[in-house]
Write a protein that binds this ligand. Structure first.
Ligand SMILES: NC(=O)c1ccc[n+]([C@@H]2O[C@H](COP(=O)([O-])OP(=O)(O)OC[C@H]3O[C@@H](n4cnc5c(N)ncnc54)[C@H](OP(=O)(O)O)[C@@H]3O)[C@@H](O)[C@H]2O)c1
Length: 259
């Protein structure tokens, strides 16, 4: 029996991806910190889609978390054919609003954990007839984002890692897809402590729903696409990031995030 393993699946985009994958009759493994939310998501998935769903409450900012997750899968003979690296968060405001420990935790969740999970699960993925890695990065990969500088840098890491790995695995059964969503209606802005009025207004205007992002992501994953930008506005943003001078793009972002 094979499973899709989704990190950050207690809410937001990760939960929506878990539901989309369950609709396609994949068995599901959910991971996040909030056990209550995981339990309710797992029972919703089991009830609505008639698939097997298990969960593990785990803090992915801990360096040993990926190994604990891998050992849990091995012990229970959970055979993974889809790995979704979705868990992630931002820290907004001036760079010196946070100390190094806060950035280290974010870098662990956004960069080191996806890398380590990839290294741990790749041998298992290679044994399947078809397997997928789906990484959730951000539209922030296309430019520097003053006011979200370190978050944007972590997502650039994940983006570049995904594109490189996709190419390295081109002759294998494992397909790698990276998704770069723009503003999406989840708990992201709240956790990132985005309080600037302009940023909140822009989000209200341009937010996509987690369900629409998840549908596009899962479709693109099965189509073995390398890179996906959900939504017209986000595609336009990525295009402008190529043609406009960096200083203008960075000034625009700084205005939105109030730095
Ligand atoms: N929303 C946006 O505008 C947007 C735009 C571009 C990219 N993204 C990316 O999309 C992904 C999903 O975010 P979202 O928008 O759905 O935000 P969200 O609603 O805050 O969901 C984030 C998920 O990650 C989990 N998570 C966070 N820290 C964790 C940790 N230390 N250990 C384990 N799980 C952790 C959360 O669960 P717990 O809190 O239960 O741990 C939750 O399930 C992130 O990688 C984010 O960077 C979001």
């Amino acid at each position: 029996m094979t499973y899709a393993l989704i990190t950050g699946a207690s809410k937001g985009i990760g939960k929506a991806i878990a539901i989309e994958l369950a609709k396609k009759q994949n068995n599901i493994l959910l991971v996040a910190r909030n056990e209550v939310e995981l339990k309710s998501t797992a029972s919703e998935i089991t009830k609505d889609h008639n698939v097997t769903c298990h969960f593990m409450a785990l803090d992915l900012s801990q360096a040993d978390a990926p190994k604990m997750l891998f050992d849990w899968c091995s012990k229970n003979s959970f055979n993974i054919d889809i790995l979704v690296n979705n868990a992630g968060y931002g820290l907004s405001g001036s760079i010196d609003n946070y100390d190094f420990a806060a950035y280290q935790n974010m870098m662990q969740v956004n960069m080191s954990t996806p890398l380590n999970l990839t290294l741990l699960f790749l041998p298992m993925l290679k044994k399947q007839s078809k397997a997928y890695i789906l990484n959730i990065a951000s539209s922030a990969v296309y430019q520097a984002v003053p006011g979200l500088s370190i978050y944007a840098a972590t997502k650039s890491f994940l983006f570049s890692m995904s594109r490189g790995l996709k190419f390295e695995l081109r002759n294998s059964n494992v397909s790698v897809t990276v998704v770069n969503p723009g503003t999406t209606d989840t708990n992201f802005a709240n956790r990132a402590k985005v309080t600037n009025e302009r940023a909140l207004k822009a989000a209200e205007k341009f937010n996509m729903t987690p369900t629409s992002v998840a549908k596009i992501a899962v479709e693109g994953m099965y189509a073995r696409k390398a890179e996906i930008i959900p939504g017209f506005i986000n595609k336009l943003g990525a295009f402008l990031a190529v043609i406009l001078p960096k200083k203008i793009l960075e000034g625009g972002a700084a205005g939105i995030y109030g730095v």
